[in-house]
Design a protein around this ligand. Structure first.
Ligand SMILES: NC(=O)c1ccc[n+]([C@@H]2O[C@H](COP(=O)([O-])OP(=O)(O)OC[C@H]3O[C@@H](n4cnc5c(N)ncnc54)[C@H](O)[C@@H]3O)[C@@H](O)[C@H]2O)c1
Ligand SMILES: [Fe+2]
Length: 395
């Protein structure tokens, strides 16, 4: 057991259906008078932005002098490019905002995080990429996830698309918000496909945190197990009945716990192989993970069977744990493949219209994700990555 480690997370987490109603209160406590809400058009068109704006303008018990002046940047896109950050930042400067609310999935929350930092910085975006490059402070920051997926509300990470197919990460404790607000009522309308893909993303965060080679630690282990219990028990329920508030809250909490786990014990080969799929083919992040997950686990089995078999009972109570670690792992991988099938997610790269001839290019790109590959329980070569993509390609 590794007892030498660091563990950082979001200072305040509020988990409760309907907790959006506390938003004015939270703004007041953080001394935010002019918040910038950062979100995307999907959130606007399903009416969620209106719900937030209506809460922000409800000033019950709030003296007139404390009324909020709210601005909105609603042009975030999936996998946001630098341009999106610059536009949101320009608006925050024009409107002289004194706080930022990230409202949406990982894309909106990541944009909000970077804007909050750059508003208080003399550095450029380019200067803060990488680990611990951001200096100074940030504006007060509230993150409200509307997907149960990335866990961005508790990670010191923001991912920005920097080129046509490339992404860069900013890693800094400054990116942890002051408050994360988990309100399942905001996720009720999430379509089954997005629910399934983002839910698998969270499960991968927990699995990869638990097998993380360098920074694995007792807190992350605990969080990963409880995250997997919550996510596995509820993912099929919410895909069948999106309006089940309790199951939706469990998913949000599971995603948050998994986020806390991987923020401190980072993800590995599943994410390294998923990123090029997103970069080249615009496959959503969760689905990219789902497409390679069973194949990476099969590859890792020689080095991670003992850890996978510890996780097995948290993922399914039907797996026979009275057998060898290798056999438990085989059963676990089989179970996960069945789960992905039951969730009706595409299962092969072929189905995603990727050409076999493109696999070497993907493998080359995945090998560039050294920040992630060093965390994998088993060393990964170019030939290994290519073989995993070939297995994921399908017959
Ligand atoms: N910061 C981190 O730690 C971290 C970790 C993993 C991934 N990421 C990044 O997060 C992004 C992916 O985030 P994501 O998977 O949450 O997707 P997303 O934010 O891109 O959103 C996906 C789509 O779902 C819609 N949507 C969101 N909530 C909805 C709701 N409640 N009802 C209806 N529609 C809704 C959005 O409008 C959008 O169209 C990527 O940019 C990825 O690189 C960040
Ligand atoms: Fe992820």
């Amino acid at each position: 057991m590794n007892t030498s480690f660091q563990f950082n997370t979001t200072k305040s987490i509020i988990s409760e259906p309907g907790s959006l109603r506390k938003i004015v209160d939270i703004c007041q406590k953080l001394q935010i008078n002019k918040p910038l809400v950062v979100t995307d058009q999907g959130i606007v068109s399903c009416g969620l932005l209106d719900k937030l704006l209506s809460e922000l303008s409800s000033h019950k018990d709030v003296p007139v002098s404390h009324k909020l002046t709210v601005s909105v940047y609603d042009q975030v896109v999936a996998d946001p490019q630098e341009e999106i950050i610059f536009r949101a930042l320009a608006q925050a400067k024009t409107d002289n905002n004194d706080g930022v609310i990230g409202f949406g999935g990982g894309s909106s929350m990541d944009t909000a995080k970077v804007v909050a930092v750059l508003m208080k910085s003399f550095q450029t975006l380019n200067e803060i990429y990488g680990v611990d490059q951001a200096e100074g402070g940030r504006l007060p920051l509230i993150l409200i996830p509307t997907t149960a997926g990335t866990g961005s509300e508790v990670t010191p990470i923001a991912i920005v698309t920097t080129g046509k197919t490339t992404k860069a990460g900013i890693l800094s404790p400054l990116l942890l918000p002051d408050v994360a607000l988990l309100d399942a009522e905001l996720t009720l309308g999430l379509p089954p496909m997005v629910t399934a893909a983002t839910g698998i993303d969270s499960m991968v965060h927990a699995i990869e945190a638990y097998t993380s080679k360098i920074k694995k630690n007792p807190y992350s282990d605990m969080l990963a197990k409880e995250a997997l219990r919550l996510l596995s028990e509820n993912i099929e329920v919410v895909c069948q009945d999106g309006n089940n508030v309790d199951a939706r809250q469990n998913m949000l909490l599971g995603a948050c716990l998994a986020g806390q786990a991987f923020a401190n014990a980072p993800v590995a080969a599943v994410h390294a192989l998923a990123y090029p799929l997103g970069g080249h083919f615009h496959i959503p992040h969760g689905l990219s993970n789902s497409l390679v997950l069973p194949h990476v686990m099969r590859f890792n089995k020689t080095h991670a069977a003992s850890l996978y078999s510890e996780l097995a009972p948290y993922i399914s109570r039907t797996i026979n744990t009275e057998q060898s670690e290798q056999s438990i792992t085989d059963e676990l991988i089989f179970y996960i493949e069945g789960l992905i099938k039951r969730l009706l997610l595409p299962r092969t790269l072929k189905e995603m219209k990727i050409e076999k001839a493109q696999l070497p290019m993907l493998a080359k790109d995945a090998m560039l994700q050294t920040r992630l590959l060093i965390n994998n329980p088993k060393d990964v070569s170019y030939a290994n990555v290519l073989a995993i993509y070939q297995a994921a390609y399908g017959a």
